[in-house]
Design a protein around this ligand. Structure first.
Ligand code: PLP
Length: 398
């Protein structure tokens, strides 16, 4: 008998992501008392939130209950959006205002509302491999096609010619993510400008707007004083999706936003469509967390901690002989597997207590992702296990 279960929703729920599978595997092992488990699966910041976060929660608790716990406007409290807009203007120039912002439940809420609002069933959304696996779900949920396009080998920078070749009359959007999860690459400003110029030309040629969606949860997590280009400054039809999960270490609180710059064509209609999508999927930022964001906008990311963690794992693995991409941003290490079958490699790593995420979920083969926002002891303690794994294989087999 037909049970009415939606096939896509079922697939998303029953088929867990490789990241979650490894995370749950590690959690079960730890709960059963197993020792020497090195869990590099999930990007859950293991760095304290800045003191301002807890202080602002205490301030919020002083508000009258009906104000604090009542509904807010769907787009978020005005003073919070004003604080964010001021911060953006100070850092990136532009004329951003509260009216350009919609507060959301994390970047996930921002991404899914934006894709819902700006696509029609059957349209295509281009993602660059290796890509954050949830994009596939956010795109397919709205009956659009996820079109993977390879980045440049070794640098993992966007390949503008390859993106152009993938554009068809059905293309509606290109998603970029810099600093990148999983490679740690920061996209080069000139390449972004070339991408913008190409999208402008293709939009005119196809007589439709092709949006650039810039997913920026790691915007502030940038090493060695490198600069991180402001993507919205390179193409007028850029929509920015942001998250406080990583910069403030508050991933469980669900805080993010969509920024629709004034330069975006039909700006007000775009904002209204995103608000409409939000009503449907209800990705509104919780009231108390809006107030936290209002007080913590501009708090610096904990770069000392992440720089130390990057050094421990990157140098440790490179010393053994692993081919690892030096991350310029975010907190992931992208490592070439010792054998071409990345699933077989992560199973073998698991035998040594190492929980890595195989690259096929990110749209390419032969790599593993390590999330190094974990305890320093894990980063130092795992190296003997990585050495044993290396010795098991006798180094690279391919
Ligand atoms: N985009 C990328 C590239 C991410 O890595 C993540 C989370 O890890 C997200 C979006 C979702 O972030 P949020 O926790 O704000 O929903």
């Amino acid at each position: 008998m037909a049970d009415g279960i939606d096939a896509l929703c079922y697939e998303f729920g029953a088929g867990k992501s490789a990241i979650r599978e490894q995370f749950e595997r590690a959690t079960k092992l730890k709960e059963s008392g197993a020792e020497n488990i090195y869990d590099f699966s999930i990007g859950n910041p293991y760095v304290d939130a800045p003191p301002e976060v807890n202080e602002s929660i205490v301030h919020a608790l002083e508000l009258p209950s009906v104000d604090l716990h009542g509904y807010t406007a769907n787009r978020g409290l005005t003073y919070v959006r004003e604080a964010i807009a001021t911060d953006l203007r100070q850092r990136f120039g532009g004329n951003y205002s509260a009216d350009d912002l919609v507060l959301t439940a994390g970047a996930s809420g921002a991404l899914t509302s934006t894709i819902c609002a700006l696509t029609s069933p059957g349209e295509e959304v281009i993602v660059l491999t290796p890509y954050y696996p949830e994009y596939r779900m956010f795109i397919q949920a709205w009956h659009c096609k996820c079109i993977p396009v390879a980045t440049q080998p070794t640098t993992f920078q966007p390949d503008v010619d390859a993106i152009e070749r993938a554009i068809t009359p059905c293309t509606r959007m290109v998603i970029v993510n810099s600093p990148n999860n999983p490679t740690g690459a920061i996209y080069d400003e000139q390449i972004l400008r070339d991408l913008g110029a190409m999208l402008r030309r293709k939009s005119a040629e196809l007589d439709k707007t092709i949006y650039l969606l810039s997913d920026e949860p790691y915007r502030e997590i940038v090493y060695d004083g490198r600069s991180n280009p402001w993507v919205a400054g390179t193409y007028s039809d850029t929509i920015v999706c942001y998250s406080y999960s990583k910069s403030l270490s508050i991933a469980g609180e669900r805080a993010g936003y969509v920024l629709v710059p004034r330069s975006v064509i039909n700006h007000d209609r775009v904002i209204d469509a995103i608000l409409g999508a939000q009503r449907v999927v209800n990705t509104i930022m919780p009231s108390i967390i809006q107030r936290v964001v209002g007080e913590c906008v501009g708090a610096p990311a904990p770069m000392d901690a992440y720089t130390r963690k990057r050094g421990l794992i990157y140098e440790g693995l490179a010393r053994i002989g692993y081919e690892v991409v030096h991350p310029d941003g975010a907190f992931y290490l992208w490592m070439r597997a010792l054998e071409p079958d990345e699933d077989a490699f992560s199973d073998r790593a698991f035998e040594h207590g190492l929980l890595l995420v195989a690259s096929n979920d990110f749209g390419i083969g032969g790599y593993e992702r390590l999330s190094y926002c974990v305890a320093d002891e894990t980063l130092a303690g795992c190296l003997p296990a990585f050495q044993e794994l290396w010795d098991d294989y006798g180094g690279y087999t391919w």
